[in-house]
Unconditional design. Sequence first.
Length: 160
Amino acid sequence: MRSTFRILFYLNTSRRKKSGLCPVMGRITVDGQIAQFSMKEDARPENWDTQNGRATGKSREQTELNRKIAQTEQSVRDIYRRIVEESGFVTAELIKNELTGVAGKSETLLQLFREHNAECGKRVGIDRKPSTYNNYKNSYNHLSRFILSKYGLEDYPLKQ
C-alpha cells in the first residue's frame, strides 16, 4: 500500500522576533500524520511566497535560504524512499527523526551493544564499577568474533 506523502515549508508568524523575522518551519505529512521541524533559518513575512513555500527576491540571503530549503526537501524525499524500501512502512516522525539526527532505534546487534557500552562508560564511577565496564567491553569483543565466525558478518541485523 502506498502512503500519502507531502512536505511543506512555511513561516511561523506567531513567533515573530523583534527584528521582524519569523522562523522557517518544515512540515512532513504521511498518511495524515504530521511532524514539524525547524529549518533554523529566519525570513521576513513580506519576502515569503506562501504558495510555493520559498523566499521571494534575489538577494544573497533569500537565494541561500531557498537553496537550503531545496536541499532539505530533497533529503526528506530521499529519507522517505529509503525507509519505505528498508522497512516497508514509514511515518512522518521516522522521517523527521532521521532528518534532524534524533537517535532512532538501533538496527544491528553490535550497534546496540556499542550504544549500551558507551552509556555504561559514562556512568563509571557514578553507579558502575570499572570492572563492570571492562566486562561489557570483553563481552562485546566475544560477540563480535562469534558473529563473524558463525555468520560471516561484521554485525547482525536485529530484524533477523
